[in-house]
Design a protein. Structure first.
Length: 303
């Protein structure tokens, strides 16, 4: 797909690119319905679940971003003056070539594509979001991971002056997450630079955040400043906070409940006052693409 400038995107272009995206996944474009405000229906990478793209107003006002507070409304209310420029991302650790890039260098290095993926939060709700970004593997390859690189650790910026939540010990700051190298290299793992054909709002993790569609939402770190290739499995902030509740893998799995609640179904955000619930699917519906990463593994033990 061609590189698209945000300013050039018209709803029609988004529509056409969405058709391309759906085609690429091998679904028939005939089954794609687009509504008046681009709030149409699209097939996620899931055979049987037809889903609505969540309206932008929910995606940008109902957020988890503990650096700005723990209420869903805190991120949109408290992040508007957060400075996302200048911003550097460093990739280091077990690499042949340590690199530091500005956000603009990153955005200009790779074609930005629209990718419609569902975000399933561990709390039991989900949204279907048109992300803008590129596969993380392209960026990691720039640094040439060496033979010792078995895991990847992502670190969010630490800036308590700008991030009021970091003044309190809600989590061990800075927010850290990790993936196995093959998970990080999987084409579904996406570095996100925008939403709905526009810049990424601060509350959604500007200027750079991850989306790992088959894992619970907390694996998708926001405001990333460092990516470190490492030999040993990193301890994420959530594992550190509550190891019995949050494991390293955190693959969406309706058969493994959170110790305090079921993971069998999820609330569809934006589905009206009667709040629709749908069954949660293994790997968030992306099993046909990622299940092979875990063949032979006990996913109850490796939750
Ligand atoms: N990244 C950072 N740095 N801090 C956070 O608190 N919350 C996570 C994830 N990334 C979080 C984070 C959780 S729990 C979820 S569900 C998603 O971000 C929410 O992303 P969204 O607000 O864009 O929907």
């Amino acid at each position: 797909m061609k590189k698209v400038k945000y300013s050039e995107i018209t709803p029609e272009k988004i529509y056409l690119r969405r058709r391309e995206f759906v085609k690429k996944l091998g679904f028939s474009t005939g089954s794609l319905m687009i509504g008046q405000n681009m709030i149409g229906k699209a097939f996620a990478a899931n055979d049987n679940l037809q889903e609505k793209i969540t309206e932008r107003r929910y995606v940008t006002t109902y957020n988890n971003y503990y650096e700005f507070g723990t209420r869903k409304s805190d991120p949109v209310e408290k992040s508007q003056n957060f400075k996302t420029s200048p911003w550097n991302l460093t990739i280091d650790g077990e690499v042949e070539k340590k690199i530091t890039l500005t956000v603009n260098e990153i955005k200009n290095s790779f074609p930005i594509e629209e990718k419609i993926y569902r975000l399933r939060c561990v709390e039991g709700w989900s949204m279907v979001i048109p992300w803008m970004g590129f596969s993380l593997n392209k960026l990691l390859e720039k640094a040439s991971p060496n033979g010792k690189a078995k895991f990847v650790e992502f670190t969010t910026v630490f800036d308590p002056e700008q991030m009021p939540g970091q003044r309190y010990p809600i989590l061990k700051w800075p927010y850290k997450e990790g993936l196995r190298i093959d998970e990080a290299m999987h084409p579904l793992t996406t570095m996100v630079t925008g939403l709905y054909g526009k810049e990424l709002p601060n509350q959604n993790g500007a200027p750079l955040r991850l989306i790992v569609p088959w894992k619970y939402g907390f694996k998708s770190s926001k405001a990333i400043v460092n990516i470190k290739l490492v030999e040993k499995m990193p301890i994420s902030s959530w594992m550190q906070a509550s190891p019995k509740e949050y494991g390293f893998y955190s693959n969406v799995n309706p058969r493994v409940n959170h110790p305090r609640w079921s993971q069998a179904s999820e609330r569809v955000i934006g589905s009206g006052i009667l709040s629709e619930r749908i069954p949660t699917t293994m790997f968030n519906g992306y099993g046909d693409q990622v299940a092979n990463l875990y063949s032979g593994m006990d996913l109850k033990k490796n939750f």
